[in-house]
Design a protein around this ligand. Structure first.
Ligand code: SIN
Ligand code: CO
Length: 387
């Protein structure tokens, strides 16, 4: 992957990862021109009214634009009546609805799938913004429609103060060292912690390709859940340390050390730990976006061979694998999945973001059973190729 990439303005992925990723911003003009006509403002408005969508409507008071209100989804038509001059509509996970957008993740093959979160779109009239703020995650901000002026400032962290009494975590000010207007197709990479402020220059749509990273609390929670499934760990430990009489109120150092050692021994169990972490990372953030699949059997699949269908990942689902000691294990939508060895290379390709043709290469009973199971659970989907 060492050739210069257009999406990165002609630098290589390696250069981007070593110089910019998690460190400093990068502006690329005309990085993703194909994003320009995928969604229009009306589509975003329509999506926001869908009861299953996660959206927020942010308004600034006409009399005092420093006073903000936020209405979370479900949004209804009434929420859009009596609108102030300045507002922003944010809709999460639009890539789960617009497959052309989901395809654009492929422009960032240098960041693995498990780091991806979702694509959010923001829709604002001239002057609209979500205020000066920072995020804890990496984001590629891509202009889709109209223009947005971006100002970038200082690095912030968990100790940074926010303006009190507002429903958003807003910064009082930013030290502007970057000030540019983005047009459709332009991209701005913003690393975690960097203060940013984007104001619509005209009616505009901005797409945020957001990334995620697990935190230790969530991983530990998951590890606890996995251990609590093991009934034998619920039995009281054996009191092998009771060879001396100690003071009645004291837990001795030895006793504490023994109890801690029992926990740490369990934590060496990498099967449970791997399962906990992989389950967490493969969890879908918007499981309600995973569609109900139409029941498909192995016979139906055989009949569809060579009729131009491609198998790919359902955009709202997550499929990850880990390859350890030549054994490839898969997790999808928060759970370990068990598939045949024959299907493994195909499913790896799909998890890597490629599509696999539904043809005679899959003519194997076990493969077809695995495939029908994953299609019926909407982990995978079939799409007809354009002919
Ligand atoms: C926006 O598009 O207005 C908000 C995106 C962000 O600041 O992360
Ligand atoms: Co932001």
């Amino acid at each position: 992957m060492s050739q210069p990439l257009d999406v990165l303005g002609g630098i290589t992925a390696e250069q981007f990862l070593s110089e910019y990723w998690q460190k400093k911003p990068l502006l690329v003009r005309n990085a993703l021109p194909e994003i320009a006509h995928i969604l229009e403002p009306n589509d975003v408005m329509e999506l926001a009214l869908d009861e299953n969508v996660t959206a927020r409507l942010i308004k600034q008071k006409d009399k005092d634009p420093n006073q903000w209100t936020v209405k979370n989804s479900p949004l209804i038509k009434g929420d859009f009546q009596k609108m102030p001059k300045l507002w922003t509509l944010l809709v999460q996970a639009v890539d789960h609805y617009a497959f052309d957008l989901a395809e654009l993740w492929k422009k960032f093959p240098f960041i693995p799938q498990w780091r991806r979160d979702d694509i959010m779109v923001s829709y604002a009239p001239q002057g609209g913004s979500v205020g000066k703020h920072f995020d804890f995650y990496d984001v590629f901000l891509v202009q889709g429609y109209g223009h947005r002026r971006w100002q970038l400032g200082q690095m912030c962290d968990a100790d940074t103060d926010f303006i009190a009494g507002q429903p958003l975590k807003l910064l009082a000010d930013i030290d502007v060292h970057f000030d540019e207007v983005l047009a459709p197709g332009d991209l701005l990479y913003v690393p975690p912690g960097l203060a940013h402020y984007g104001v619509a220059e005209d009616e505009c749509l901005t797409f945020s390709f957001g990334f995620r990273m697990p935190n230790v609390t969530d991983m530990m929670d998951r590890v606890c859940d996995k251990f609590s499934e093991n009934q034998s760990l619920k039995n009281p430990l054996i009191d092998i340390i009771r060879d001396q009489v100690s003071r009645a109120g004291e837990v001795t150092e030895n006793e504490l050390a023994y109890l801690k050692a029992e926990i740490l021994t369990q934590l060496q169990n990498s099967i449970v730990l791997d399962d906990a972490i992989m389950s967490l990372m493969s969890e879908s953030k918007y499981p309600e976006n995973i569609p109900e699949a139409e029941e498909i059997g192995t016979g139906d699949l055989e009949e569809a061979f060579d009729q131009g269908y491609l198998i790919q990942l359902e955009p709202a689902s997550r499929l990850l694998y880990s390859d350890q000691d030549d054994q490839v294990l898969f997790w999808a939508n928060g759970e370990a999945i068990c598939i045949s060895e024959q299907f493994t290379p195909f499913l790896q390709q799909i998890a890597d973001g490629q599509s696999v043709a539904l043809n005679q290469n899959l003519a194997d009973e076990e493969i077809l059973e695995d495939l029908s199971l994953l299609l019926n659970e909407s982990i995978l989907m079939l799409i007809p190729t354009e002919q």
